[in-house]
Design a protein around this ligand. Structure first.
Ligand code: UDX
Length: 478
């Protein structure tokens, strides 16, 4: 065990907790003492989803768990009151982080550095106050980081706020291909840019510019040009250590109780099931849920559909069309949450209709499952561009058009959904063959990256050497 003590602050959303926890495990396995910080609100939800058991307690590595307030009461409905939640993360949490840091310093061992999710707005100030380095942890593709990093260029070129001219090309993000405005993260596709979200992301990237290192859940070979340019421009090492995945069969950190679909999946033929999920965070209109339900039904393909209880809003119930349950009972399963890696690993799953969250994409690629892309929010539009056009591992579902903030403005209708699913799930068709061939190549790149001598493995070693170097410089200055 080295003397390195890293305090890792997880952002309080499922898609950020999973890779952060898996990063902490990797660091701990290499002898770093990792204190993993979870908010009280998230921790309570995770424990509840596990019937009172603490999944973090199952880890065999030397990870310590610490809790911090996000500034809101534990049982506050953060999904329903998203604005208050955002406001608290922006303005109130820093006070509690500072108190926790003082407490951890007092108890020891001394803190070598903080590793903080890039979306927090306070890391530079906290690092400065405690006189330690700050590592920014990025959970999305490097291209998305680079787009936010070059926000000023997008403003200068008149493409932000969103002009609505979908023909315009953004061909000035260093290292990135020419992008359409609709390929940008959703927040850069909005006309009202005065929201709390815009303020938060803007401040978060100001803070990230002061980071000593950026560690990212991506794979260098998949985003090489962007990473090279970004490093030159920012002068900050951008270190890709992905994919940071939840291991199959291991107890995870789910915030919703998982349904066990194994026996249902076992009863289905190989590659016949479409797995459908909109991730952990995005909301979808009830009308779109109805179109999706009828599209799935008309496609006639077996499906497992994850419908989070708050997918429309946590105070909206009866999400499905009347009679859907009865009509679909021999065709599909609707569940609130599953262990996604376990479902995607099952041989009867042949495709993934995904909202294009970065974790979902990495998991699908790793497990060789072709994707049907249905982006809803944030980075998912840029991720969609990567998987459909750049890597050819996904088909696109529905024309994307936006006019209001934070929601698809046009419905993708049931006929289009049913037809696209039919084409997508036909493994013997031209399109199915092309997707599976491409996914095989990307998967090979990912598998090599995490093997000994692979890029992610080497980058992780390099990062650990950097952490050990901090420790040495601490000792020599004492
Ligand atoms: C958002 C962003 O879009 C994403 O790019 C970012 O990295 C995190 O926040 P989110 O909606 O959380 O995305 O999706 P995703 O990144 O795919 O993460 C969801 C995670 O939850 C995945 O690891 C997935 O395996 C897991 N999951 C999802 C389950 O375990 N069970 C489910 O039923 C659904």
């Amino acid at each position: 065990m080295s003397n390195v003590h890293a305090v890792l602050f997880m952002y309080p959303f499922q898609g950020h907790i999973i890779p952060a926890y898996n990063l902490a495990k990797k660091l701990a396995a290499k002898g770093v003492l990792a204190t993993l910080v979870c908010t009280h609100g998230c921790y309570a939800r995770i424990i509840k989803a596990h019937n009172g058991h603490d999944p973090f307690a199952h880890n065999v590595h030397s990870i310590r768990l610490a809790l911090v307030s996000d500034g809101l009461p534990q049982d506050f409905d953060r999904s329903l009151n998203h604005l208050e939640f955002e406001e608290s993360l922006l303005n109130k949490m820093e006070f509690h982080v500072e108190k926790l840091m003082e407490d951890l310093q007092r108890k020891g061992p001394p803190i070598s550095c903080i590793i903080t999710d890039t979306f927090y707005v306070w890391p530079d100030r906290i690092a400065k106050k405690f006189g330690i380095p700050h590592v920014s942890f990025w959970t999305e593709p490097a291209m998305v980081f680079s787009i936010y990093y070059h926000w000023d260029l997008i403003i200068k070129n008149g493409h932000y706020p969103f002009t609505g001219d979908e023909g315009e090309l953004i061909n000035y993000i260093p290292g990135a291909p020419a992008l359409k405005l609709t390929d940008l993260p959703s927040y850069l596709q909005e006309r009202d840019v005065t929201t709390l979200t815009h303020k938060s992301i803007f401040q978060a990237f100001q803070s990230a510019r002061a980071a000593d290192w950026i560690v990212s859940n991506t794979v260098e070979e998949l985003d090489k040009q962007t990473i090279e340019k970004l490093q030159i421009q920012s002068g900050i090492p951008f270190c890709s250590v992905g994919p940071l995945l939840q291991p199959k069969g291991e107890v995870g950190t789910s915030m919703w109780a998982e349904s066990d679909c194994r026996s249902w999946l076992d009863s289905k033929p190989k590659n016949s099931v479409l797995y459908v999920s909109f991730g952990s965070h995005a909301h979808v209109s009830k009308a779109q849920i109805h179109e999706m339900a009828m599209g799935l039904l008309h496609s006639k393909w077996p499906f497992i559909w994850v419908l989070r209880p708050d997918v429309v809003a946590s105070d909206v119930q009866d999400l499905l069309p009347d009679g859907f349950e009865e009509k679909s009972k021999d065709q599909g399963l609707v569940v609130e949450w599953v262990s996604q890696v376990d479902v995607l690993s099952h041989s009867s799953v042949g495709g993934f209709l995904t909202h294009c969250g970065w974790n979902s994409i990495l998991e699908s690629l790793w497990l060789g499952v072709p994707m049907l892309a249905f982006p809803l929010l944030t980075d998912q539009y840029t991720n969609c561009r990567l998987i459909v056009q750049q890597w050819g591992v996904a088909m696109s579902l529905g024309h994307i058009s936006r006019s209001s903030n934070n929601l698809r403005s046009t419905l993708v209708l049931r006929q289009e959904i049913a037809l696209t699913i039919t084409e997508f799930m036909n493994m013997d068709g031209q399109e199915g063959k092309r997707l599976r061939c491409n996914i095989g190549s990307v998967r090979d790149v990912m598998k090599k990256a995490v093997m000994n001598g692979g890029s992610s493995q080497n980058n992780l070693e390099g990062f650990i050497d950097y952490l050990k170097g901090i420790e040495l410089s601490h000792f020599s200055s004492e």
